[in-house]
Design a protein around this ligand. Structure first.
Ligand SMILES: NC(=O)c1ccc[n+]([C@@H]2O[C@H](COP(=O)([O-])OP(=O)(O)OC[C@H]3O[C@@H](n4cnc5c(N)ncnc54)[C@H](O)[C@@H]3O)[C@@H](O)[C@H]2O)c1
Ligand SMILES: [Zn+2]
Length: 379
């Protein structure tokens, strides 16, 4: 691996490398082998990814003398739950996983979050490796050590911090990713630019179309830029006492939209985050924090790339409601002393935390978004 295809997450004796390059699956065995004490791994994947990439990974592991077992779970957000976690832990114990057996997540953020959580509690913690195969997981969820499952009361409310020992983002795997999933992951790249890297945002304005269309060099560069930015933030604030909270840009809105839409595919996480980015900048403009021109620039970028920008129609004749969305904010993990913290933009590439948002202004942002959605008049 060339040095410029790797990024180090600096966390003392838990530091690790992120590699982003084409062809990494076929070289996984030799990259993983030096990190294994026991020479054994347990691969967790889903039933969409398994037929595409599990064979290639296992062949490479075997060639490096690594003994591997695997579990294949149903694809989709519903898999990130307690029942699947329990079944997975049982599979791992049945396969005689030991303290030195590394758990490998091969798939998107669902598999990464679930397998990482399992690795953090199996035998009180075993090594964990990430091989993310969606754009979202390559640019975001595979880095930083947050793991967990969803409960009936909301997303990601139960979990742990468990850093991986290695992240291998094989850019080639993105070639089979459906366009909708690609766009969802793109929202998290955009987020990184908006938070603290105006140059990245400007680069995306020029290269976003090529990235979505399949340009591998653009994809690699976006993954490295996003992971580099996230690695710096995580190294400075692993447990989210302040700086790491900036990564929640678009997510307070996004999580509320996801919760209302349900988790059955009407609104993907990245789609909700993308809309959330627009709403966060809309809010920032209304609070007088952000120049309106920056919101216009962001809105234009959504149009240029045909990214989902408005609320989808809810099934079963249900309507979006400001009150219900506001209710979801109160259930957000980021509430402290009853106050919701929002990440706001002072401009593109400059975000800040704010826990003093007047409810009437917030309600105005949501109400207008709902009106635009219902009239089909998406910005
Ligand atoms: N831990 C974190 O820090 C963090 C950060 C952001 C998001 N997340 C979590 O990540 C999850 C979303 O992750 P996601 O968007 O990767 O979803 P996902 O894991 O559900 O993957 C999306 C779909 O793409 C399929 N797929 C995966 N790789 C493919 C490939 N190469 N080719 C074709 N199909 C492929 C999957 O089978 C699935 O159907 C959410 O649960 C979210 O909460 C976690
Ligand atoms: Zn996210």
């Amino acid at each position: 691996v060339q040095p410029d295809t790797a990024i180090r997450v600096a966390l003392g004796d838990r530091s690790y490398d992120i590699h982003a390059a084409p062809g990494l699956l076929s070289r996984a065995g030799s990259l993983v082998r030096p990190l294994l004490a026991g020479g054994r791994v347990f691969v967790v994947t889903d039933d969409v990814v398994a037929p595409l990439y599990l064979g290639r990974l296992e062949m490479s592991l075997r060639a490096a003398g690594i003994d591997s077992r695997h579990a294949v779970l149903p694809a989709g957000e519903a898999t990130k739950c307690f029942a699947r976690l329990e079944g997975l832990l049982d599979d791992m114990l049945a396969a005689r996983c030991e303290r030195s057996t590394a758990i490998v997540a091969l798939g998107g953020g669902v598999i990464g979050d679930l397998a990482g959580f399992a690795a953090s509690i199996l035998l009180r913690g075993v090594p964990f490796l990430q091989i993310p195969t969606t754009l979202l997981s390559q640019v975001d969820s595979s880095v930083g050590g947050k793991t967990g499952v969803n409960t009936g009361r909301g997303k990601n409310l139960v979990g742990s911090f468990h850093q991986p020992r290695l992240v291998l983002a094989d850019i080639d795997t993105l070639a089979t990713l459906p366009p909708r999933q690609l766009k969802a992951g793109y929202a998290e790249v955009l987020k990184m630019g908006l938070i603290g890297d105006a140059d990245l945002f400007a680069w995306l304005e020029s290269n976003g179309v090529a990235l979505l269309a399949g340009d591998a060099a653009c994809r690699q560069r976006a993954v490295l830029a996003s992971c580099g930015a996230k690695a710096r933030i995580v190294a400075a604030d692993e447990r989210e006492s302040d700086q790491r909270a900036l990564l929640n840009l678009g997510h307070t809105f996004g999580h509320a939209l996801e919760a209302e839409a349900g988790y059955d595919g009407l609104l993907l996480h990245g789609e909700a985050v993308g809309i959330g980015l627009l709403l966060a900048f809309d809010l920032s403009v209304r609070l007088g924090l952000c120049p309106p021109g920056d919101l216009a620039r962001l809105t234009r970028h959504f149009a240029d790339l045909a990214l989902p920008a408005g609320l989808p129609r809810l099934p079963g004749g249900r309507r979006w409601s400001v009150e219900r969305l506001m209710g979801h904010f109160a259930a957000d993990k980021k509430v402290r002393d009853g106050r919701v913290t929002f990440v706001l933009g002072k401009g593109i590439g400059r975000c800040v935390l704010c826990s003093e948002v007047p409810p009437d202004i917030l309600a105005g942002v949501l109400g207008d978004a709902i009106c635009r959605g219902e009239s089909g008049d998406v910005p």
